[in-house]
Design a protein around this ligand. Sequence first.
Ligand code: FAD
Length: 512
Amino acid sequence: MRLSPILELSAALLSILLAFFFRSSNIFFKLPANLSFQVPVNLTSDYGRIIHGAPAAVLRPSSPVDISLLLKSIYSSPLYDEVTVAARGAGHSTHGQALAPGGFVVDMRSLPLSITIVDGDGTSYVDAAGGALWIDVLNETLRHGLSPRSWTDYLYLTVGGTLSVGGISGQTFKQGPQISNVVEMDVVTGKGEIVECSERENSDLFHGVLGGLGQLGIITRARIKLRPAPPMVAWIRVKHHDFEQFTRHGELVVNAGEVDYLEGFIKFGDAPHSHQPEDAFSRFGAERCVKPRQPTAYYLLEMAIYYDDDDVSDAARKRAKVLARVSSMTSVEILEVSYLDFLNRVREEELSLRRVGLWNVPHPWMNLFVPRSQIRSFHDLLLRTMSDSCINGPILVWNLNTSIVVPQDEAGEDVFYVVGVLRAAPPTCTVGTSCLDRLMQQNERMIRMATARGSSQDGGGMGAKQYMPYLEGEEEWREHFGPKWKRFEELKAKFDPLNVLAPGQRIFKRKK
Ligand code: FAD
């Protein structure tokens, strides 16, 4: 939360005191030389603009050794017994996850941008620095006719940042999340050790760091599986008016495995009849106030088929097959775009939102995995809860088969839906205003009802899980992790025993 002016002043004074303290203690302990005590404002919050907190200092590492030096000093010295450290990638978290108020932020973007193609056992890989943006990884691999297999919708996020949370998108149903496309990493643990890990070597660290919310170590390099890059993409949107038909079609397509990408959206208002293709395919959208009322809801199933320019007939055959499955009583729009333009589709929208001052605004986002049996109830809850609010931003709803994403689903269901309510608050709705509070309260209410245990029929919840959750503390995290908590706690004790890393996730309290 934003601090009151008096608290902000004392936080600033505290930073100055800490700066003096760190500087003088540097005489006794070997902190890296490139620590900066001048913290730029853009490192004191994140894309969410809901949580604010200035670090005492920023480390701009020139190599993993700098990070190791910092963490070793903190681990071994009682002088730093309250100090925490957060790696910061692109800072595109929405609830302060990459902040370390009063501690150190490690700016991963300052590591050298090393992106190298590696060949081995008949497969190609890319070795990418933890602070590299996915767009840089894509541009470099495309020069070799190759590409990573699994993506996020937006590419201006870092490799380390998305591997710390999971990394999902419309390719996930086929290729798994980004974390299951990594075969090896270099990690600096909370104790400052630089460790190479993989399935075979230091496998507990390897599995713990992937999706580990930055709790066990800082990823400085990841080796990621590649595939030949398809030059072209048929990008298809099929409009539905009926939610049941929309979900049935989404499940049919995923089961048949004929497309390379599938996502879905709930939209409100009149669907455009004639338009420029860019408008029809935009997700963040031109923002006018549209209220999520049931009679105006419609559903877009978005799919993509990759193809070679010299194999157009194969693409046409595949497309015809898919459309035969899903297009009864619906309208269909198709764009033919390059693979790069398809993957980088959100960038154009970012730039246009920036131009009208709607990118750097608060983003009270909510992401959930909802079991298939509950998706209709969740849809109704969503429309009920938000019926009086303008929708600025996409609402995503799409299906995944559990087996490809998580080995064991607690709800015992084999299909779940990814739901992303990615709202932008109007620029005047800043922290402390009732309009932002209202949006946050709506999210809290939906999250509470969706994540409670039991079924909605017996008055309980829907058995949903949050993706990238913002939780209060250890108790709530314990509940979130369920049976996996014990293992996570053991790994934390092994690799970051003093709970120095990623305090913004609010999982473990710093130990002295
Ligand atoms: P940051 O916000 O900088 O950090 C996130 C967390 O990871 C922090 O706890 C931080 O301490 C830790 N961390 C950062 N770097 C490292 C590292 N090298 N090693 C260890 N820990 C580290 N997510 C999806 O899965 N799919 C999507 O399609 C998707 N689309 C998005 C679109 C937009 C416009 C935005 C803003 C976010 C989207 N996200 C999506 C969410 C995004 O993947 C996560 O917020 C991700 O963590 C952001 O990466 P980052 O580099 O900005 O990380």
